[in-house]
Design a protein around this ligand. Structure first.
Ligand code: PLP
Length: 409
C-alpha cells in the first residue's frame, strides 16, 4: 500500500482557490512614517513603486503618531523587547496592568483584560463564558466576525443565528427560551465589511427583558466614535448597559493586541479559565505603553476623528455624485460591491498598476460569494487631494472600464 501523497493534495486545494479567483497574494509594503497612507510597494525583490493605501485599518494614523512612537521607544528602553513569559509566569509588567486600568476607564467598566489580538480576545472570551455557563445559548448576529464564530464554536454551547441587525428575529428566538436559561447575545457595533451599525440600545432592551448577557465587538469603532473614543455604545449613551465590550489595539489605536472590558467577576473568570489568555506569551510591554499613549490621546483629542469624518464625507459625496454604487451606511467604511472575485481582482489590479492606489480585493470567505467588494477606508491622514484622486479614478473606471460594463448595464 502506498502512503498518502500530501503535496499534490494541498497543491490541488490551492489550485481550486486560484481557479475561483480568490487565491490571496499579499502586497509587500514599507509604510513611510510621517507620510502614511503613502507607502512603498515592493513589486519584486528589486523593484518598488510609491502607492497610496486605501484599505488600511490604522484609521486615524496613530501608528505613526509621534506621541505613540515616543511611548513605544520609552517602553523599549524601560522594559526591553519582549515580555518573556505568559501573564501568569513573569510576563505581567506594570505596563500591562496600567493598560488594563486605562481600558477599564475608557469603557467605564470595573476591569479589562488584554490579549495578543482582537481575534484571540473574541475567541477566548466567548468560548470561556459560554462553556462555563450551564446550558448556555448564544444568539449570534449573522454577520459576526470569524473570531466570534470561532469562540462560539469552541465553547460547545448551543447557538442560534439571528438575521443581521434584525431585532424582531432576535426577539422571536429569545422569546422561545426559558427566562432562567443563561444566554449571551453576541454582536458588533460597526460591521466591518458592510459598515452598518447595530441598534445597541434596542438589543440591550431585549437582553434585559429576556435575561441575556450582551457581548459587543467594538473593534471597528474604538478610538473613532464617542466623546472619548470608547465606541458606538459610548456615543449612544448605552455603554453601562452592555455587559462586555471587546476591542482591538490594532486598528484606530495603531498598534496590536485586543481586550475585553466588563464586570470584574466576568473578567476574572476569563483571566482564570481562558486557554487563549493563559497559554501564550504576554504582549510586549512597549506595545502596551504605546497603546496607553494612543488611548489617552484619543480620549481627549477630536482632531483625528474630525479629519476622518471630513474625508469620509468627501469620498462618499464624490462617489454619490458620479454614480459609483456603494453601500450607504453611517460609518467610516465605504464598501463598493463588485460582485465577482475575478472582476474585483481586475479592478484592484487596474487601480494599483495604473493609478498607484492600493485596495485589496475582499473575497469569500471574508464576505459571501457574489458580494465581492472593494472596502475603502478614508482615514484621518488622507489629504483632500488624495480623496479626490481616489473618487475621480473610481468614477472614471465605473464609467469607462470594461470590467464594470455588466454592472453598469
Ligand atoms: N472583530 C472584528 C469585527 C474584526 O473585523 C477583527 C479584525 O479584523 C477582529 C475582531 C480581530 O481583531 P484583531 O485584528 O485585533 O485580531
Amino acid at each position: 500500500m502506498q502512503s498518502f501523497d500530501y503535496t499534490p493534495f494541498f497543491d490541488n486545494t490551492l489550485d481550486e482557490l486560484k481557479a475561483e479567483g480568490r487565491y490571496r497574494s499579499f502586497a509587500t509594503l514599507t509604510r513611510q512614517v510621517g507620510h502614511f497612507p503613502s507607502a512603498t510597494l515592493h513589486t519584486t525583490q528589486n523593484a518598488a513603486k510609491d502607492v497610496t493605501i486605501w484599505c488600511n485599518n490604522d484609521y486615524l494614523g496613530m501608528g505613526q503618531s509621534p506621541v505613540v512612537l515616543a511611548a513605544v521607544q520609552d517602553g523599549l528602553a524601560t522594559y526591553g523587547a519582549g515580555a518573556g513569559g505568559t501573564r501568569n509566569i513573569s510576563g505581567t509588567t506594570l505596563a500591562h496592568v496600567q493598560l488594563e486600568s486605562c481600558l477599564a476607564d475608557l469603557h467605564q467598566k470595573q476591569a479589562a483584560l488584554v490579549f495578543s489580538s482582537g481575534y484571540v480576545a473574541n475567541e477566548a472570551a466567548l468560548s470561556t463564558l459560554a462553556r462555563l455557563l450551564p446550558d448556555c445559548l448564544i444568539l449570534s448576529d449573522a454577520m459576526n466576525h470569524a473570531s466570534m464564530i470561532a469562540g462560539i464554536r469552541n465553547s460547545g454551547a448551543d447557538k442560534q443565528i439571528f438575521r443581521h441587525n434584525d431585532l424582531e428575529h432576535l426577539e422571536s428566538l429569545l422569546a422561545l427560551q426559558p427566562l432562567n436559561r443563561p444566554k449571551i447575545i453576541a454582536f458588533e457595533s460597526v460591521y466591518s465589511m458592510e459598515g452598518d451599525i447595530a441598534p445597541i440600545a434596542a438589543i440591550c432592551d431585549l437582553a434585559e427583558t429576556y435575561g441575556a448577557l450582551t457581548y459587543l465587538d467594538e473593534v471597528h469603532a474604538v478610538g473613532m466614535y464617542g466623546a472619548r473614543g470608547a465606541g458606538v455604545a459610548e456615543r449612544d449613551g448605552v455603554m453601562d448597559r452592555v455587559d462586555m465590550i471587546e476591542g482591538t489595539l490594532g486598528k484606530a489605536y495603531g498598534l496590536m493586541g485586543g481586550y475585553v472590558a466588563g464586570h470584574a467577576t466576568l473578567i476574572d473568570t476569563i483571566r482564570s479559565h481562558a486557554p487563549g489568555f493563559i497559554f501564550t506569551t504576554a504582549l510586549p510591554p512597549a506595545i502596551c505603553m504605546g497603546a496607553i499613549a494612543s488611548i489617552n490621546h484619543l480620549k481627549v483629542s477630536e482632531i483625528e476623528r474630525e479629519r476622518q469624518r471630513r474625508n469620509v464625507r468627501q469620498l462618499k459625496a464624490a462617489l454619490t455624485q458620479s454614480g459609483v454604487p456603494f453601500l450607504v451606511n453611517d460609518s467610516h467604511i465605504t464598501p463598493v460591491i463588485v460582485g465577482d472575485a475575478t472582476c474585483c481582482k481586475t479592478v484592484t489590479d487596474i487601480l494599483l498598476n495604473d493609478y498607484g492606489l492600493y485596495v485589496q480585493p475582499i473575497n469569500y470567505p471574508t464576505v459571501p460569494r457574489g458580494t465581492e467588494r472593494l472596502r475603502l477606508t478614508a482615514s484621518a491622514v488622507h489629504t483632500p487631494e488624495q480623496v479626490a484622486y481616489m473618487a475621480d479614478t473610481l468614477a472614471d473606471l465605473w464609467l469607462n472600464a470594461h470590467v464594470f460594463a455588466q454592472m453598469r448595464a
